[in-house]
Ligand binder design. Structure first.
Ligand SMILES: [Zn+2]
Length: 420
């Protein structure tokens, strides 16, 4: 109410729920005085600095609104309380973050006036005592209703006349007026004649970028929202997220590689002591320790990834394998030797390379990722031979018998006698 009068050039104040108007412009007074119901009031007042009482449902209000519509099509207002400068917003933006060993700066920010439409109408649904109530319905420019809590938080219930001029073409004003009328019709139970006025409420909208610096590392985060929400703390600028911490965080820290990431995304490699992204670390299946992949190997027997330092030697094939694939000091390959015929391509390849092995009648074979483990049997003797899968180089040659599980390393003489 006050801002309508102010927008029309009146000085006014509000006392005890009534509005008192002083300095009613001559042009306006003539128009309002034409109203039958008010003529008496105004003519009685006489002088230009007299005070006139205007109640919410009085025809005076209609007259004032009609005058406003005739000259300006729609009302123009702003929240009584909202940030006016970037400085009002920036500190609140900074306060949202904790930067370990670094700082946050504004990498650019604009405070732009954006309109929200307020449609004012008479609500006759509660008119049991023959009094009508004025109601406001807030919508976006597209006509979408604005959530009640946002109306509260943006201070849209306490408006003041716009203290600066924002040019809006008449055509645009008509479009917004129409959008307001359509929105009210969608509410139902409101007649077109009950719509009083559409007002563009200009609210400050903040948009920009925050820059973070930790040592030589930098990163930035874009933000945008109603400035008032940043100021009252009901909205925060976005958290920094990364694949290692997709939820994002407002606490930022740098990895040893100089990347700024969420604090929660950083973990320490137990081998190198480096602070890295937790997603870059692997977990050892044997020890549960986390370390960078360079400290890991795949167990040749089981394929499981374990820390290199966690590997143990298999007593039989003497390959380094994961402790989990070892049972009674024997790897899973050596525990699962299967009978194989000399027609098997792997045997054919081995016998081609070492023809003397052909005199052993019975064979068992197992393979790991890198080696063949073979045990040859005759009536009384056994021979263990471990060869590299790639080049068939002999990794171990040992002799045994059927009466003992023990293997004895073959001498150079034995090697010559047994292999070529
Ligand atoms: Zn083994």
């Amino acid at each position: 109410m006050l801002w309508i009068l102010a927008a029309l050039g009146c000085e006014c104040r509000c006392e005890g729920g009534k509005v008192f108007v002083a300095n009613l412009p001559e042009s306006l007074r003539r128009k309002i005085a034409d109203d039958d119901l008010l003529r008496q009031n105004f003519s009685a007042a006489g002088t230009s600095d007299a005070e006139y009482v205007v109640t919410v449902d009085s025809p005076t209000l209609r007259s004032l609104v009609n005058e406003l519509k005739a000259t300006q099509i729609i009302g123009r207002a702003a929240p009584a309380r909202q940030p006016e400068s970037v400085r009002d917003v920036s500190q609140r933006l900074f306060d949202a973050y904790t930067v370990d060993g670094g700082s946050v700066h504004l990498g650019g920010c604009t405070l732009e006036d954006r309109p929200i439409l307020r449609v004012t109408y008479f609500d006759r649904s509660v008119a049991s005592d023959k009094k009508t109530r004025l109601r406001h319905h807030f919508i976006t420019l597209a006509g979408e209703p604005i959530d009640r809590s946002l109306v509260e938080r943006l201070g849209l219930k306490q408006l003041v006349p716009l203290n600066r001029s924002i040019r809006v073409a008449d055509e645009q004003c008509h479009r917004w007026q129409h959008a307001g009328e359509m929105a009210i019709k969608r509410l139902g139970q409101v007649n077109a004649s009950d719509i009083l006025l559409t007002t563009a409420v200009w609210c400050k909208y903040a948009e920009g970028k925050l820059s973070f610096v930790i040592g030589d590392a930098t990163t930035s985060i874009a933000f945008s929202n109603w400035a008032q929400l940043f100021v009252d703390g009901s909205a925060k600028p976005p958290a920094l997220a990364c694949p290692s911490f997709p939820r994002g965080s407002h606490r930022l820290a740098a990895t040893d590689d100089g990347e700024i990431v969420p604090f929660e995304a950083i973990a320490t490699c137990c081998e190198s002591g480096k602070r890295v992204l937790s997603g870059d670390l692997e977990t050892c299946r044997a020890t549960s320790a986390n370390a960078l992949p360079e400290f890991f190997v795949s167990c040749p027997a089981s394929g499981v990834r374990v820390l290199r330092k966690a590997l143990v030697a298999c007593d039989t094939c003497q390959q380094m394998v994961s402790p989990m694939s070892c049972e009674a000091t024997q790897c899973s390959a050596c525990r699962s030797l299967l009978k194989v015929s000399k027609d098997d391509p792997r045997m054919a390849r081995l016998l081609g390379e070492y023809p003397k092995l052909d005199r052993w009648p019975w064979w068992k074979l197992a393979e790991t990722a890198t080696a063949y483990v073979l045990v040859a049997n005759s009536l009384v003797k056994r021979l263990l031979i471990v060869v590299d899968k790639n080049d068939l180089e002999v990794l171990r040659l040992a002799k045994g018998s059927h009466f003992s599980k023990k293997w004895t390393e073959a001498s150079e003489v034995d090697r010559a006698a047994d292999l070529r």
